[in-house]
Design a protein around this ligand. Structure first.
Ligand SMILES: NC(=O)c1ccc[n+]([C@@H]2O[C@H](COP(=O)([O-])OP(=O)(O)OC[C@H]3O[C@@H](n4cnc5c(N)ncnc54)[C@H](O)[C@@H]3O)[C@@H](O)[C@H]2O)c1
Length: 287
């Protein structure tokens, strides 16, 4: 299937990522059904999309007509089988748990058209393991979007050994149709983005630990010297030190010692210094 032929999509999970993915699909002119096991989450997701679009119009970034067409293309669904009926593409954005994702993909084998493209937005789980519960794992890929979805340009299209070239090409084209810039990445721990981001983040923390420079100055080295939009330590504060610690532990267990988290990171997490959400990390944050 070609991405230009896609007319109907389903997004599973209407949280932070799911509502954003549904928004960009609808803005690409694709009839999109947003499904969640919690009906209130569907309503909240649709309301957030409307608010995003309203803000876009107010700021002159979205045309009134595009807003109206996107809202017309969107609908909510409270049954999985109804949400995916006739959908040529399904993008799953449910919580990050392997058992949950496998159960969803097993249901998709039953309810979806046999040639539908099945994508997961997992940020760290093995796409191979998710896809292997499907009757046709060749149509399963990762489509890893970034938060906030309507603003961030990157989509990592993650291919497993089983993914067909046709499925990967379709996902890459679909991402472009959604106004994104896709990259083609093999199914390996951390894909491309988390693996590099964590490598830089852990090294920056080791540099604070050994007194190379202050957090502010290490961040400046990357923002002013390398043109990063944000330094690695400020980013760690925004993402959450606990979140980055668990990703680093996972990458250390799969890719090796170079990802072993520094003692300073463990100590800060143990002390409740989790970054912006706790008020303190490498910086102090106003609550
Ligand atoms: N938040 C991020 O910055 C980010 C970035 C990239 C990727 N991801 C990945 O996207 C996925 C979703 O993350 P999120 O932050 O949007 O989570 P979230 O908690 O905001 O939303 C998840 C939604 O899925 C719903 N849900 C639970 N079980 C379900 C099921 N069986 N079927 C359908 N919906 C179900 C929940 O009710 C909830 O509304 C995860 O795999 C996460 O790793 C998150």
């Amino acid at each position: 299937m070609q991405a230009s032929d896609i007319k109907t999509a389903a997004v599973l999970g209407a949280g932070t990522m799911g509502h954003g993915i549904a928004q960009v699909l609808a803005m690409a002119g694709i009839k999109t059904r947003l499904f969640d096991v919690a009906p209130a989450a569907v309503d909240a997701g649709l309301a957030k999309i409307q608010a995003n679009l309203d803000k876009g119009v107010a700021r002159g970034k979205v045309e009134e007509k595009a807003r109206a067409l996107a809202l017309e293309a969107l609908s909510g669904a409270s049954e999985l089988s109804v949400a995916v009926q006739g959908a040529e593409v399904v993008i799953e954005a449910a919580p990050e748990r392997m058992d949950l994702k496998q159960s969803i993909f097993s249901d998709l084998s039953e309810f979806c058209a046999p040639d539908a493209l099945l994508a997961t937005n997992t940020s760290s789980l093995s796409i191979t393991e998710i896809g292997q519960v499907c009757s046709k794992p060749e149509r399963v890929v990762g489509m890893h979007f970034f938060n906030p979805v309507h603003i961030m340009k990157l989509v990592e299209v993650v291919r497993t050994d089983a993914s067909s070239d046709e499925a990967v090409t379709c996902a890459m084209e679909l991402a472009r149709r959604m106004g994104k810039e896709p990259i083609d990445v093999a199914d390996t721990p951390g894909f491309a983005s988390s693996r590099l981001g964590i490598a830089i983040g852990m090294e920056a923390i080791r540099m604070v630990e050994s007194g190379v420079a202050s957090a502010e100055d290490i961040d400046k080295a990357m923002t002013l010297g390398y043109g990063f939009p944000m330094g690695p330590l400020r980013l760690t504060d925004l993402v959450g030190l606990d979140v980055r610690l668990s990703i680093a532990e996972y990458l250390a267990s799969t890719l090796g010692d170079r990802f072993t988290p520094p003692a300073l990171l463990r100590d800060m997490v143990a002390a409740g210094k989790l970054g912006q959400k706790s008020g303190e990390g490498f910086y102090t944050w106003e609550k």
